[in-house]
Design a protein. Structure first.
Length: 226
C-alpha cells in the first residue's frame, strides 16, 4: 500500500508531514488499516520489533485528534520509553497537536493535561489520574498500549489490567490499540479487548537463530520452502 492511498483517509496535515519521510507502508501497517484502524476498530497488533507499530499508533492518534477532536492516551510501560515516545511524537507532530508527558508524581491530578491532545504516560501514573477523577478523562477517544504483553507481568500487569477494565467500562466507544512483538496467546487477549488481531512476520532485518559455544556461533539453517 502506498502512502498516497491514504490521502483523504488521514488528516491532510499529517499526510503532508509523512509524505516527506515515507512513500510506502509496511505490511503490518497495511493490514491494520484494512482491519479498520481508521474506522474506530479495536486492534491488537502483534508484529516483530521495527515492523512499524509506532506509525500504526500515529495514524490512529492524529485522526482522533485532528478530525474527531478527542484526546489520545499513549501508555508506555517504562518512563524511559515514555520519554522516547514523547520526543519522537513532539518532533514529528509538535506543530499539529499539543503533546504532553505525565510520568511523575502519582499523587497529583495534573489538571494542566486538560489542555493537551496526546498524553504519554505510564500505567501507574494513569491509574493515579483515574483515581483523582481527572475530568478530562471523559474526552479520551483512543487508548494506545505499548508492550501490552506486560499484562502478564506479575508486578505491572494487574495495574494495567485494572486500568483497561475501567476505561472500557467508563468510556463507551473508546478505541483500544494494543501493540506488542511478543504475545503467546494473541487471540485470547484480542477477545478480552474485543479487538481484531493483526499478525505479521515481516521485519526489516532477517532474524537468524544460532547457538553460542566457546566463542563460536553455529547458526540454524532455515528450511527451504517447497
Amino acid at each position: 500500500m502506498k502512502l498516497l492511498d491514504l490521502k483523504g483517509k488521514i488528516p491532510d496535515e499529517q499526510f503532508t508531514v509523512l509524505s516527506t519521510e515515507i512513500s510506502e507502508l509496511r505490511p503490518a501497517q497495511e493490514k491494520s488499516i484494512n482491519a479498520g484502524l481508521l474506522e474506530n476498530n479495536n486492534l491488537l497488533v502483534c508484529t516483530p520489533t521495527a515492523s512499524g507499530k509506532t506509525l500504526i499508533a500515529e495514524l490512529a492518534a492524529l485522526k482522533k485528534i485532528l478530525r474527531s477532536h478527542e484526546k489520545v492516551i499513549y501508555i508506555a510501560p517504562l518512563k524511559a520509553l515514555a520519554n522516547e515516545k514523547f520526543k519522537n511524537f513532539k518532533k514529528r507532530y509538535g506543530k499539529l497537536a499539543k503533546i504532553a508527558m505525565s510520568i511523575g508524581d502519582i499523587d497529583s491530578a495534573d489538571p494542566y493535561l486538560q489542555n493537551y491532545d496526546l498524553i504519554i504516560t505510564t500505567p501507574e501514573k494513569l491509574d493515579s489520574l483515574i483515581r483523582h477523577h481527572s475530568p478530562w478523562l471523559r474526552d479520551i477517544g483512543l487508548v494506545i498500549i505499548d508492550e501490552i504483553h506486560l499484562l502478564n507481568d506479575s508486578s505491572r500487569g494487574p495495574t494495567l489490567e485494572i486500568i483497561l477494565t475501567i476505561l472500557k467500562s467508563v468510556l463507551k466507544g473508546v478505541q483500544i490499540l494494543g501493540l506488542s512483538a511478543t504475545i503467546g496467546n494473541p487471540q485470547e487477549l484480542g477477545d478480552w479487548l474485543d479487538a481484531k488481531v493483526v499478525e505479521d512476520n515481516w521485519r526489516p532485518v532477517d532474524l537468524h537463530k544460532g547457538v553460542y559455544l566457546e566463542g563460536e556461533i553455529e547458526f540454524i539453517k532455515k528450511k527451504k520452502k517447497n
